[in-house]
Each structure stands twice: as C-alpha cells, then as structure tokens.
Design a protein around this ligand. Structure first.
Ligand code: NI
Length: 473
C-alpha cells in the first residue's frame, strides 16, 4: 500500500516536471516570435525582485512615422487589480491614435507624441498611491495633460476610495478650501496662475475627491491642467503634511496613520557610493582588434536584462545600458547587477519623453531624477546620456552638459520586428569598426538576438566595449 502510493506520487511528480519542461521549451522556441508588438505584455513571476512588493512596471515604446509613444504602467501580481489600469491605458491610447488619424496631414513636420507614465508612492504597509499621467501632443500649440489617481491595497487586492480616507463633510470641505487657497496664494510656482473662484467651484462640486492621494508623510491634492489654474501652471500639486490635516481623516485612517506619524519610515537609506573600483582612465594598450559598442536602452528588466548579462559574460563582452529612471526605481538590484559586472550605465531619462517638447525645468527634472535613482541603486552616477528617440536640440545639449551624449550608428529595430534573425541581418550588413549598436533589453526576443549577434561578431573578430571606452581611444 505504502509502496503503491510512493510510486503514484513519483509518477505524478514526473508528469508535472515534464509539463513544466515542455512549457518552458515552447517559451524559448525562437520561432515563436511575438509579431503583434503593440499588445506585448511582459512576463513576470513573483520571484523577481521589485522594489514594490507585488508590483512590476511594464514599458512599451514605439517610434512610428507619424507618432511616437512611451507607455509605462504598473502590473500587479494580483491580477484582479490590473483591469482598471489596462482600461485606462487602452482608452488613452485609443483616443490618441484617433487624434493622430484625424490630424494625419499635419503630422509630417512635428510628429505626435503620447507619454503615459506614473508615479508610485508608498503609504503604509503594502498600500500605495499611484498617479497615472497622460501627456500628449498632436499637432497643436499646446499639449494636453491629465492624470488619474489610484490608491491600492496590494495585500487586500483592492482599490481604496478617497472617501474611505477623508470624511466628506461640510466642515471638512471648508477646511480643505481654506488650506488650499492659502497654499496656492503662497506658492511661488502657482500663485500668479491661481483662480480662487475655480477652486471654490471645485470645492462645491459633488465629487469623491478622486484627485487626492497619500504618500508616507503628506496628503496631496493633484489638479488637472486648467482645473483651478491657468494652463501655464500645468497640473498643480499641493502637498500638506499629514499632521497638519489630521482632523480630515476617518477614524479608520487616523488609526492607521497614527502608527506611522510617530514612527514614520524614512526614505530608503542611500548606499554610500563605493569608491569606484580602480576605474582609472583607460590606460589599456590600444589593441588592433575591431571594436563595437553594444547598447541596450529602456531597461532594466528583471528577467531579460539578467539573461543578457549572462550572455555578455560568456563572451567576455562589455556593453552600455541606457536605463530609464522609473524602471531603475522598480529594479535597483538589476541595475546594480549590471554595474557590478563592469558594464557602463547611461541615463535615458525618467520616463522617455521627447525632451525637445519640454521646457528647461522639465528637461532637467527628467535627467536629474534619473541620475539620483541610478546613484541610489549602483552607488555611482551614470556616465553617458542618450535622449529618448535620439531627439535633440541645443536646449537638450545644454541641459546635459556634464554627460557625453551618445546616439547610435546601427538601429536594429528589435522593438519592432521582435525577430532575432532580422536583428542579426541588420547588424551583419552594417557593422564596422567603431559601430554603436542599438538594442532594447526589455524584450525577450532581444535576448535571443543578442546571442546571435555576440556569436557572429566574435567570429568576425570584434571586441565588445562600452561607449566610453570606444570614444576614449
Ligand atoms: Ni529608448
């Protein structure tokens, strides 16, 4: 009897193992290319390290003839939470593409752009505020800007309504009006654009305070462009320390936040920069070998970047990774791994906006925020800069003075074809000594492409170096 059940268990085990192996094999079949790139969804397993437990970031970047788009959104391990976000993304994208269609004749000169992005703020425990923002430009003087706030309890697998957090009473509305009026009037940034009567109207309107969110120390009011200010103010945000507005909260949240007011988690400790390990200015003997610089944009990705690192190690290749700040924020450990293996880290901005459409402050913010998060992750600042879409003008050049701007000489179009053989073909017919090759480490098909490209170029006698090494000799 006992023996029989052991045999049955053994057989069951074998069946499960074989099924897993089969599925895995299907996954890695290079002929299974995802052709439909616009619906490509990143694959995640819960074992991957994200800075935000139970949440990953998905990035989708396209550069078409009439428009370019960069979409970033959170994806939850608890799949029931994903629908609300996907809906928002789908609708925003549809609206944008419809406008592109309508304005087709005018888009030749200034192509349209959609940037869907988000900010994430830990509140307490596993509760986060997520501010989704939509920035788009379609053939008009002014771009449009809007945002949507979601507060999510990851452990309970549900969204929290703002009315669970603050009590919607006449007194509270009066308090909020008083506080916000004062904040707007005293704000250097917004005071000249502020319309008091618009705020009054907003206070009186029947709404569930859906623009309000929490971070771990403040209550924040997020307004859309034109809602209570002139357009030049953009989408204003007024942030008020929690202990200054305690009376607004429901009993449940007074309870929840009190714990944290006395014992507020500080910002994550920034690792002190490790002295760069003997990174002396390259005094290497210049070799006669042909050299290429492989560059990977838009990552890091907790699975695909790591797979690429393994391949690079196998070929003793060094490469450069132009990372997005918002992805480093999610995957600092992956970024650290890249740096620890001696690859160069470059700045590719926070969320891949076309910098030429931004004003100076916004541009600086995109660049500096990314420098900060990279420094936190790897203990060192990035050493090169690549503007999204390669879009540049004198203002962009001026904003990035400290970092060398590095574009590319071979565009593999890996994000578009998702076809490793097609990537190899482009490399084969264009590569020469000194080439800088552009790929994207967020795609699974690019991992396969990298394997082919490394093999081919090594056989052709190429050495793989970082962009800075390539430029320095
Ligand atoms: Ni990019």
């Amino acid at each position: 009897m006992k023996r029989a059940s052991i045999i049955i268990l053994f057989l069951l085990g074998m069946i499960i193992l074989l099924t897993l192996l089969y599925m895995n094999d299907k996954d890695s079949n290079p002929n299974n290319n995802m052709k439909n790139d616009s619906t490509a969804v990143e694959e995640h397993t819960s074992t991957e390290q994200s800075n935000y437990r139970g949440i990953h970031i998905v990035t989708d970047i396209h550069d078409e003839a009439l428009y370019k788009l960069a979409i970033h959104y959170p994806e939850f391990d608890n799949t029931s939470l994903n629908e609300a976000i996907r809906e928002y993304i789908t609708v925003s994208k549809q609206q944008f593409l419809e406008e592109v269609e309508l304005n087709k004749p005018f888009l030749k000169e200034n192509i349209a752009e959609l940037n869907l992005s988000f900010d994430i703020y830990p509140v307490i425990n596993n509760i986060y505020s997520i501010v989704l923002s939509n920035n788009s430009y379609v053939s008009g003087a002014n771009g449009s800007q809007s945002s949507k706030v979601l507060i999510v309890d990851v452990d309970e697998g549900r969204y929290i309504s703002q009315l669970e957090i603050i009590k919607d009473t006449i007194e509270n509305r009066a308090t909020i009006y008083k506080i916000l009026s004062k904040e707007f009037e005293q704000s250097e940034e917004y005071s000249i654009f502020f319309f008091q009567d618009y705020l009054k109207q907003w206070i009186d309107d029947n709404h569930p305070f859906s623009n309000l969110y929490l971070n771990n120390h403040s209550l924040v009011f997020k307004f859309d462009k034109y809602q209570v200010t002139a357009g030049a103010a953009g989408s204003p945000e007024i942030s008020i320390p929690i202990d200054k507005v305690k009376t607004l909260f429901t009993d449940e949240w007074i309870e929840k936040l009190k714990i944290n007011i006395d014992n507020m988690p500080e910002k994550p400790i920034v690792p002190s920069p490790t002295p760069s390990e003997g990174k002396e200015p390259a005094t290497e003997v210049p070799s006669n070998k042909k050299r290429v610089a492989l560059t990977f944009d838009d990552g890091p990705h907790p699975v695909n970047t790591v797979s690429i690192l393994k391949l690079l190690e196998k070929y003793e290749a060094k490469a450069t990774f132009f990372m997005l700040g918002n992805r480093v924020d999610f995957y600092p450990e992956t970024a650290k791994k890249v740096a620890d293996q001696g690859h160069e880290i470059g700045n590719h901005t926070w969320d891949h906006k076309d910098l030429t459409t931004l004003d100076h402050e916004e541009m600086i913010e995109e660049i500096n925020r990314t420098i900060t998060v990279i420094k936190q992750a790897i203990g060192q600042e990035p050493t090169a800069f690549r503007p999204p879409y390669g879009a540049m003008n004198d203002k962009v050049k001026a904003a990035s003075t400290d970092l060398p701007i590095v574009l590319w000489s071979i565009d593999t179009l890996d994000w578009k074809s998702h076809d490793p053989e097609a990537v190899l073909k482009i490399v084969k017919s264009n590569v020469k000594d000194g080439s800088i090759i552009l790929m994207h480490d967020i795609h699974k098909t690019t991992v396969e492409a990298v394997a082919l490209v490394l093999k081919y170029l090594q056989d052709e006698g190429y050495e793989f170096v970082t962009v800075s090494d390539l430029k320095s000799s």
